[in-house]
Design a protein. Structure first.
Length: 482
């Protein structure tokens, strides 16, 4: 089956047809690194991680580029507040961002370019735009893009240029000719990082950076460009305008990127989570309370184009579902130990693949897995010795689930390791001390051995009141957090 993508530019699903057969060049707009990464960043880059993983699983050679914006007004403000060099501050947070993405299980991109390392390429692109008449230098040293020169402007955002013009204003201190014209180059101001250019010392505008870095690392046109819905206008709209003018046909958006994908926001009380609104949770804050795979499962539980509501209660539910998956896998592994899986790849993998082929529908894949695990539990819990055919069926399920999991970035750990990690996080949130629980389990075992069953039951009930469930099995007693 073909892969279809909901393309923002055409507002419809389109079959993915690479420019070069078998190869995909993909650019995702990266973070502005002036603070810790938050759950919104996690949503964005888990989405693109699954896109890249699935495309590669389907046999495409994917070149994945995701930038760092390390020259920006917000960075400069934060650095000045702290008395720190802006580039040094952004470098520190870029490294922290990589650590957070690694913790979430995201693959590193093939290239992660920074604005500060691509100023010569940016200057060269601006020179091209000025030479072609799409850009102009103002008397104050700024350089602007002349939006009226680009007839396809606003198409990505489904906005009419005249309507946009009527609502726009020139802010005080700006030297542009028209309200919608945007800065390609900003003249140097005291306390800001600056580089040499034909128009004097200054720094790049926000939009030009992605155009120049896309061209530097992927060329043009590219196959796929991604970002959050908040980037559709003005960032991606402006990126199309300047890129098509510089390296395309000067008229149509497709000569820069063939497909555009945009994901929905993470929300709290129906409002977008963002640093500017102050209603955000950092990835590190969340991972201090929940296992990283719990967070990943939560993020993949909603289709990437839809908004997703964040709360601790929803993460607790994701934790419960993940524990169920790993407990089922642990049971299946035990029953099928030493058995070769039936077949070479089951219908489960095909069904999951088809769901991802249809605009990367990860929630549908999770539904497929849930149904498969229900059937696996029914087979595993059936009384009586398992036949060789049943064991082979269970082994095949475990194999197929893990293959699907490689694309989602889920269920890749040995079940005992994962379950221990989940229990530890849940216990820490509830203030449950593992050593104390273990000591009480030993005390209960001694009471039962002495046939003091009343004492044993009392210890069990005391632990249950704390949220600790005692699990007696053929291999001994274990515990979990309810």
């Amino acid at each position: 089956m073909p892969i279809v993508i909901h393309d923002t530019l055409t507002a419809q699903k389109r079959e993915l047809v690479p420019i070069d057969p078998g190869k995909i060049r993909f650019y995702a707009c990266g973070p502005t690194v002036y603070d810790w990464s938050h759950v919104g960043h996690a949503r964005s880059y888990v989405v693109w991680d699954v896109v890249v993983r699935h495309l590669r699983a389907r046999g495409y050679l994917v070149t994945y580029v995701r930038n760092f914006t390390d020259v920006d007004d917000k960075i400069i403000r934060r650095a000045n507040e702290r008395g720190e060099d802006p580039v040094a501050l952004s470098d520190r947070f870029a490294r922290a961002y990589d650590e957070d993405m690694d913790a979430l299980g995201n693959l590193r991109p093939d290239a992660a370019p920074k604005v500060s390392e691509h100023v010569p390429q940016i200057v060269e692109m601006i020179e091209t735009l000025v030479a072609k008449g799409f850009g102009y230098a103002a008397a104050n040293g700024d350089v602007y893009y002349a939006v009226r020169k680009f007839p396809d402007y606003g198409r990505l955002a489904k906005r009419n240029l005249d309507d946009l013009m009527s609502g726009a204003r020139v802010e005080p201190g700006e030297a542009k000719r028209a309200p919608l014209d945007f800065a390609l180059w900003k003249a140097a101001k005291p306390g800001e990082p600056a580089w040499d250019s034909p128009w004097g010392k200054g720094r790049p505008g926000w939009h030009i950076e992605c155009s120049a870095m896309t061209l530097a690392h992927l060329g043009a046109p590219i196959d796929l460009h991604g970002g959050g819905k908040d980037l559709v206008f003005p960032h991606h709209t402006n990126e199309i305008a300047q890129s098509v003018a510089a390296v395309g046909d000067g008229r149509t958006a497709e000569t820069f990127s063939r497909y555009w994908m945009h994901h929905g926001f993470v929300e709290i009380d129906s409002e977008k989570m963002s640093k500017s609104l102050g209603n955000f949770f950092t990835i590190r804050e969340v991972l201090a309370k929940f296992d990283a795979e719990v967070m990943r499962l939560f993020l993949l539980g909603t289709h990437y184009r839809n908004p997703i509501n964040y709360s601790d209660a929803i993460l607790v539910e994701a934790e419960r579902r993940l524990r169920y998956l790993y407990k089922t896998l642990e049971k299946v592994d035990r029953l099928a130990e030493g058995t070769s899986p039936a077949g070479e790849g089951g219908a489960l993998v095909v069904e999951a693949q088809r769901a991802l082929d249809d605009d990367f529908n990860a929630p549908q894949v999770l539904a497929v897995l849930a149904e498969a695990f229900t059937a696996a539990n029914a087979l595993a819990d059936r009384k009586g010795k398992k036949s060789p055919e049943e064991k082979a069926k269970l082994a095949a399920l475990a194999r197929d689930v893990r293959e699907i999991g490689t694309t989602l970035g889920l269920v890749q750990r040995p079940p005992p390791t994962a379950l221990a990690a989940l229990r530890a996080k849940a216990a820490a949130r509830r203030g449950i001390d593992a050593a104390t629980v273990q000591a009480r389990i030993v005390e209960r075992a001694s009471a039962r051995k002495a046939r003091d069953f009343a004492r044993g039951d009392a210890i069990r009930d005391e632990l249950l009141a704390l949220g600790v469930a005692i699990l007696d099995g053929p291999e001994g007693t274990s515990w979990d957090v309810e």
